[in-house]
Design a protein around this ligand. Structure first.
Ligand code: KG4
Ligand code: ZN
Length: 348
């Protein structure tokens, strides 16, 4: 493998949901992070429509690759390895990224790494804060996942400690936003509205926090229903809905449960580093509360900038780079998509 300055240039493809991401990294240096999104096309459906996402990936793919190469100032022939999300995600959407990545790997005669999307959310932090402390705990919260992961060795071993048993955290934000008449995706408008509200105004339920509940699993469906019932009761009574207070109280319940469980997992496992990732990690209250509780517990908190928390190609390139560095064997060129790829499979 030809390497510039001893560090491989890795081209990464991400198409598991509605973002077409193409990233380039050299070692742990971010070179380019080109993104196209079909989010506006899903807005009127209130959620991502798989067929629309796949078609949008297909249309956006080649221009996005060209933009990434131009932004990085590298030629395709400079690329040393190709990485692509193989799962979990929407099958049709994953297939578009896999086809593109295979085409580049084959045409350039470079190794291909089919990687796990969740592990890539963890890896992206290395582009901003240097090599991950191992073991680290990772809390990944997005529209598609809510997971608590123990990461003894990002290139080889990632363990699932807990996950949502119903809605993902971001899904709850999206559904509550709908109830409040706020646009999709719901996270950013709820975050903004909450800034004007009182987080203690309404005492919404904290799911799975009882003494006999699974300590690291999450449940947001009861919270979502509680918010909807509360808002409906107001509307039935002909009273105005205090949107800012509902948003702030809902957001507080989510941030409280997520940080409480993440800190507990760190304590129980004797791990003193926590990484946040996924779109919900862009939430201002989650970031602030995580900061506060980690500081109190002596845990070092690492959170990538919001731009890198949401789905992007750089995170896939970052994990690919880590795999190259660790000497992990590449995937076969016929590696397939796995919509429910388990987290303990870092590369397949
Ligand atoms: O990681 P991501 O871009 O895509 C998935 O893999 O799902 O996450 C998107 C999710 C959406 O549900 C969106 O509402 C949520 O992240 N989100 C936020 C914020 N920004 C995005 N949730 C809470 N607060 C935010 N500021
Ligand atoms: Zn994601």
């Amino acid at each position: 493998m030809s390497r510039v300055g001893g560090e491989a240039i890795v081209l990464g493809f991400e198409t598991s949901c509605d973002e077409t991401g193409v990233g380039l990294v050299r070692g742990r240096t971010l070179l380019a992070d080109a993104l196209a999104t079909s989010v506006a096309e899903h807005e009127r459906f209130g959620g991502v429509v798989p067929e629309i996402a796949s078609r949008a990936h297909l249309e956006a793919m080649v221009p996005t690759v060209h933009r990434a190469l131009a932004d990085a100032g590298v030629r395709a022939s400079d690329v040393d390895a190709v990485a692509v999300t193989a799962g979990p995600g929407l099958t049709g959407a994953l297939l578009v990224g896999l086809a593109a990545a295979k085409a580049y790997a084959l045409a350039l005669d470079r190794p291909l790494y089919g990687v796990n999307h969740l592990a890539a959310h963890v890896a992206v932090d290395e582009l901003q804060h240097g090599k991950l402390a191992e073991p680290s705990m990772a809390l990944l919260v997005s529209g598609g996942h809510s997971s608590l992961l123990l990461v003894p060795d990002l290139a080889h071993e990632v363990q699932s400690l807990g996950r949502t048993i119903d809605d993902a955290a971001g899904e709850a934000f999206d559904k509550v936003a709908r109830v409040l008449g706020l646009p999709f995706p719901g996270g950013p408008p709820i975050d903004r509205a909450a800034g004007e509200g009182d987080p203690a105004a309404i005492d919404f339920p904290r799911g799975l926090t009882g003494p006999r509940d699974a300590p690291y699993d999450f449940s947001f469906s009861g919270l979502k229903t509680a918010v909807a019932r509360w808002v409906e009761a107001r509307q039935r009574a002909g009273e105005p809905v205090p949107v800012a207070d509902v948003a702030a109280s809902f957001q507080e319940a989510v941030a409280d449960v997520l940080t409480r469980k993440a800190v507990r997992a760190c304590r129980d496992s004797g791990v003193d580093h926590l990484v946040l990732g996924g779109g919900v990690a862009a939430n201002s209250r989650l970031r602030a509360l995580a900061e506060e509780r980690c500081a109190a517990a002596g845990i070092v908190l690492r959170v990538p900038s919001p731009r890198l928390c949401t789905d992007n190609g750089a995170m896939v390139a970052a994990l690919g780079s880590r795999l190259v560095e660790a000497g992990v064997a590449p995937s076969a060129l016929d590696v397939g998509a796995d919509s429910s790829l388990p987290i303990d499979v870092v590369t397949r």
